[in-house]
Design a protein around this ligand. Structure first.
Ligand code: ADP
Length: 428
């Protein structure tokens, strides 16, 4: 039962294959530890006896395969025990993927068979896609594989802030509190939280990311055999569906896991039926997945951006920097003024090139926007370049021609080329 206000230290005994579902309180952390048995949080085993501090507003489950006793200290929004979970079917998928990784490892010289599974996780919003991706990655990492996590969900962002497509190798089970270590993610900045802002640009970035990974894999048998887990957007209708197919193609996916949607599953099965090397598998959605409305999702985006600058446990201190307008070159992709008809060959229609680079002049419209710092050496490389990180514009002084921004660290930015979209954040 939901406890709501309980703040005392309490113990919960979990039978085998059961989970304790928890939503931590809105404003205070929860302490939790494993007293007896074994248990995991989204695929990562929790250590015995040691108190874990779970930050506020987190929704998660402590699952046990063989039984466990959990101790909690502090308030929660809700916590309850569930004995029906789809975990057995999820671990069975993991076992199949593991078999394929072993087969890939056994034939390292053949470029086709040496490729481990490329798994795409699809389903509507709040079907548990990110959570399943995380479990599959953590279980694989526990077994010593180094799978690549690809996140195409620009709406939330599991690897970095929203508005990006990104990838990172997972070398250890993902820490339930710290999340994915941000050592060397490969990040492309789209700058909007929905692909409809610029479909072509989104596709270009997905393709760039896939090509970059392909190059890395060709020189790395271990990563290649470990394969990928690709998390996708919850937009599965119309253009959203087209984009799913685009991702499946672009990443040469071999396994499609469909969460909780019969219709999507049968559509994908049908359209992929002539590809014997692609398996479409339907999986049950967990009853523990918490639905979030548009407002909650928007808030979650804000917290994610905050986390980038301040750390998951508020343990980082970002720097405020002031530079002259002339020190930064800001671009946006697509839109902008079209070429005048007179500048075009006779008969040609002017078209807005959605992947055109448009210089942006600095003014107060940039206030509260999150910008990406490109790795490009030249402006014409910006669209195909990944990004080093992000800054947040806190002040634009038109009079002194100075711009103030927040960055994760002090000092000069790694590049003077910045990309802007529509991604905003109000610091709170
Ligand atoms: P999606 O990626 O499909 O939008 P998520 O995997 O992000 O969905 O899940 C939505 C929310 O539900 C997340 O906050 C996640 O932590 C939570 N959640 C998922 N599975 C469980 C579970 N078994 N028990 C409790 N919370 C869960």
């Amino acid at each position: 039962a939901a406890t709501g206000v309980s703040t005392s230290v309490r113990q919960v005994k979990l039978d085998k294959e059961c989970e304790l579902r928890i939503e931590t309180s809105l404003d205070s952390p929860l302490r939790l530890r494993l007293l007896t048995g074994t248990a995991e949080i989204f695929g990562t085993e929790i250590p015995p006896e040691i108190w874990l501090t779970i930050p506020p507003r987190l929704k998660f489950a402590v699952f046990t395969w063989y039984g466990a006793t959990i101790e909690m200290d502090g308030p929660t929004e809700t916590d309850y025990t569930a004995d029906e979970t789809p975990m057995i079917s999820y671990i069975n998928v993991h076992a199949v993927l593991d078999g394929r990784r072993n087969r890939a490892k056994a034939s390292p010289s053949d470029s086709d068979t040496s490729q481990g599974p490329r798994v795409v996780v699809v389903g509507p919003t709040d079907s548990g896609k990110s959570t399943l991706s995380r479990m599959l990655l953590s279980w694989a990492a526990k077994q010593g594989w180094k799978p690549t996590f690809v996140d195409l969900d620009i709406g939330q962002g599991s690897i970095t802030i929203p508005g990006c497509v990104a990838a990172t190798p997972i070398e250890l089970p993902i820490d339930p509190v710290e999340g994915i270590p941000l050592e060397m993610p490969m990040v492309y900045f789209f700058g909007h939280v929905t692909p409809s802002a610029n479909i072509d640009h989104y596709k270009v970035l997905v393709k760039e990311l896939a090509q970059t990974l392909e190059k890395q894999f060709s020189g790395n048998a271990e990563s290649r055999a470990s394969g990928m887990v690709i998390n996708t957007m919850g937009w599965i209708e119309g253009v959203g569906y087209e984009l799913l197919l685009h991702a499946i193609d672009t990443f040469s996916a071999t396994v499609i896991l469909v969460l909780g949607q019969e219709k999507l599953c049968s559509m994908l099965k049908d359209v992929l039926k002539n590809r014997p090397n692609v398996d479409v598998v339907k999986l049950q959605k967990s009853g523990g997945v918490v639905s979030r409305n548009a407002k909650v999702r928007q808030k979650a985006r804000g917290y994610r951006i905050r986390e980038y600058f301040y750390g998951p446990s508020n343990d980082l201190s970002p720097h405020s920097n002031v530079v002259n307008f002339g020190d930064l070159f800001i671009y946006r992709i697509g839109g902008g003024p079209q070429a005048p008809r007179s500048a075009l060959p006779i008969g040609a229609e002017p078209a807005a090139d959605p992947t055109r680079l448009v210089p942006v002049s600095i003014n107060r419209d940039l206030l509260h926007l999150v910008l990406a710092v490109s790795y490009a050496d030249e402006p014409d490389q910006i669209i195909s370049s990944n990004v080093a990180g992000f800054i947040y514009v806190t002040d634009v002084d038109m009079h002194r021609k100075k711009i103030t921004y927040l960055a994760p660290c002090a000092g000069e930015l790694p590049s003077k080329y910045l990309i802007v979209g529509t991604l905003t954040w109000i610091e709170n």
